[in-house]
Design a protein around this ligand. Structure first.
Ligand code: FNR
Length: 365
């Protein structure tokens, strides 16, 4: 068994595809419309080259960093993704244990298929809670209070999904809406959602439950009901990054939702420098989307990210080998980053600089 372990994220993706029903694999893997942004998130990393320095003693590599005051052994954290039970029956509890084993932060999704309480008690770890804004603000407030009282350390408000992107695979597959266990008891959920006619049932849930009127004043509101730091996830322009800083958030997560929302939004790595410049160091900038290699992480750090989040890779691991697979994916990415740093002559995260990458815009130095 040990001999046949996958050696990279792409091999895990292949195993996940074999392991899952088509409807579930398509849900995890797919993106919006033409899937341009989905492809571009990955392809744009391929156009950035590394500029290594040699004859530096790299016998010790320190990948550690910190986020909002929490120390982490590496800058790779787990992105919020919904419905982990579609990948493995243990769901988010398995992912949480995998993240905890790697001492990394997991951002638990609003759409998790395990109850928040169950995940919180599954193991000891630093966790953040991701929120979508519900039409019923009392429901959002109740979720925030639950996360806060269960020891979650920050809120991640996802702002790039006022309405659901059009995911054609889910429409074609008549994707069944996963159960939103954390909303049970807080609001009446449509029992008929799975027998609704036509399209993806997820779309109908989103339309009925989530609030398309979400605006900057709701960020104010969220600040007024919690003492937790708030990060905004789904910013992709300098304009919005500046507004986020003005709104007093504690961090910006540069994301296009893994290409699942607005198609033809730029690849996140292409927008990173613009966003980092706009926030002028006032808050940390995280980036997600398309990270499949340790070298991708190094490129993101070089262009100014404080940390990165990985979404699908963890789900591939979970689908292929449960908790052990999710853990192995994080460990592999950590190992790959360590190797890339050594080969680039960077002994610490602080030593990774803009001069270690060459982007298309740089031309020849
Ligand atoms: C997501 N993403 C997401 N984001 C969020 O804020 N809340 C959520 O519930 C989900 N759910 C979700 C489900 C699935 C199956 C995927 C693939 C993605 C987006 C996620 O947090 C992240 O932005 C992307 O996954 C990053 O891209 P990669 O790493 O998957 O390429």
């Amino acid at each position: 068994m040990e001999d046949s372990l996958p050696v990279n994220v792409r091999e895990y993706q292949k195993l996940a595809k074999k392991a899952l029903p088509k409807m579930h694999y398509d849900y995890i893997n797919g993106g919006a419309d033409d899937e341009y942004t989905l492809r571009e998130n990955i392809a744009a990393y391929g156009r950035i080259l590394l500029r290594p320095r040699v004859l530096i003693d790299v016998s010790k590599i320190d990948m550690s960093t910190s986020l909002l005051g929490y120390n982490m052994p590496s800058p790779i954290i787990v992105a919020p993704t919904g419905a982990h039970k579609l990948a493995n029956p243990e769901g988010e509890v398995a992912t949480a244990r995998a993240a905890a084993a790697c001492n990394t932060i997991m951002v638990l999704s609003f759409s998790s298929s395990c109850r928040i309480e169950e995940v919180a008690s599954s193991c000891d770890a630093i966790r953040f809670y991701q929120l979508y804004m519900c039409k019923r603000r009392d429901v959002s407030a109740a979720l925030v209070q639950r996360a806060e009282s269960l020891g979650f350390k920050a809120l991640v408000l996802t702002v790039d999904r006022p309405v659901l992107g059009r995911r054609e695979a889910d429409i074609r597959n008549k994707m069944i809406s996963p159960r939103f266990v954390n909303l049970e008891g807080l609001m009446s959920l449509d029992k008929d959602i799975d027998s609704a006619e036509g399209g993806s049932k997820l779309e109908r849930f989103s339309r009925e439950t989530l609030d398309p009127s979400l605006s900057w004043k709701d960020v104010e509101w969220l600040k007024s009901i919690t003492s937790l730091p708030i990060l905004l996830k789904g910013i992709i322009t300098a304009e919005d990054a500046r507004k986020a800083v003005e709104a007093g958030v504690s961090g910006v997560i540069l994301s296009n939702h893994g290409g699942r929302q607005l198609d033809y939004a730029p690849a996140t790595i292409s927008a990173l420098e613009e966003v980092v410049k706009a926030v002028e160091g006032s808050v940390p900038v995280l980036v997600d989307g398309g990270i499949r290699r340790g070298t991708d992480v190094l490129k993101a750090l070089a262009l100014g990210a404080k940390a990165v989040m990985v979404g699908r890779p963890v789900l591939y691991g979970l689908a292929a080998r449960g908790e052990a697979g999710a853990r192995h994916v994080i460990e592999m990415l950590n190992k790959e980053l360590e190797l890339a740093m050594a080969l680039c002559g960077c002994r610490s995260v602080a030593e990774v600089t803009r001069a270690h990458v060459q982007t298309e815009g740089d031309g020849i130095r």
